[in-house]
Design a protein around this ligand. Structure first.
Ligand SMILES: [Zn+2]
Ligand SMILES: [Zn+2]
Length: 228
């Protein structure tokens, strides 16, 4: 049996980008953060950062990506220790290095899988790769002892967050269901994702569902700062 104290979450800085012309935060630097959760059976990975070699994306967002092996090594984790993965969603800043993991289960919501195969949604060759093993799970679903995906559509059709049961209470990896520490805390002028969500009512419902979890700590896919 897994005790909550067995679970240990590590932030993996995956690089930076510059908000593009016309975007709300044009010219400002954005960050991408993935997370590794060490459990008794291995390491669960939440997000894989930007991929490499897409000139259009690199140019548009001035991408400065880090590799997953480098980020893991800095955290003392070997690539081979990763036993399963979930992406908060399949945009290219969160799923770009899935292709490093043939044969490793990758949990995805069916709605996200469908969206990822629509035109102009993501870099599809970073998603579909030889040996890819996507496991479609709809809604909330335990993916490892004490770790569950939690459906939070809004930013994207099949967005999902991750809830980790720790000794201190639920720890929430929001992904991009909430853009920043400031948005979660309700700070004026904070970077937020609500107003640019693909489905704003769904975004609001997902945030409400996350708040109802009463998490003790929240970590974000685009903010190094945790809440509280
Ligand atoms: Zn996105
Ligand atoms: Zn993103």
């Amino acid at each position: 049996m897994t005790r909550p104290s067995d679970l240990h979450v590590v932030a993996l800085p995956m690089g930076e980008f510059t908000f593009a012309p016309g975007e709300e935060y044009e010219g400002q630097t954005g960050v991408v953060v993935a997370y590794a959760i060490r459990h008794r059976g291995g390491v669960f990975l939440f997000d894989t950062g930007f991929g490499f070699g897409n000139a259009e994306l690199d140019d548009y967002y001035k991408v400065r990506a880090r590799t997953v092996p480098e980020a893991l090594a800095q955290a003392g984790i070997d690539l081979a220790e990763i036993t399963a993965i979930a992406n908060c969603h399949l945009h290219p800043d969160h799923s770009g290095q899935n292709l490093l993991f043939p044969g490793v289960p990758i949990f995805v919501q069916p709605a996200e899988w469908a969206a990822a195969h629509e035109p102009d949604y993501t870099v599809v060759e970073w998603i579909d790769f030889p040996g890819a093993r996507y496991e479609q799970v709809a809604g909330d679903h335990e993916v490892a002892p004490g770790i569950r995906v939690f459906a939070t559509p809004g930013h994207s059709p099949g967005h999902q967050s991750l809830v980790v049961e720790t000794a201190q209470g639920p720890l929430l990896l929001a992904g991009q269901a909430v853009y920043s520490h400031g948005e979660w805390a309700g700070l004026a002028g904070a970077r937020e994702g609500a107003s640019v969500a693909r489905d704003q009512p769904a975004y609001a419902r997902s945030v409400a569902r996350l708040r109802a979890l009463n998490p003790k700590r929240v970590l974000f896919g685009h903010d190094h700062r945790a809440w509280p």
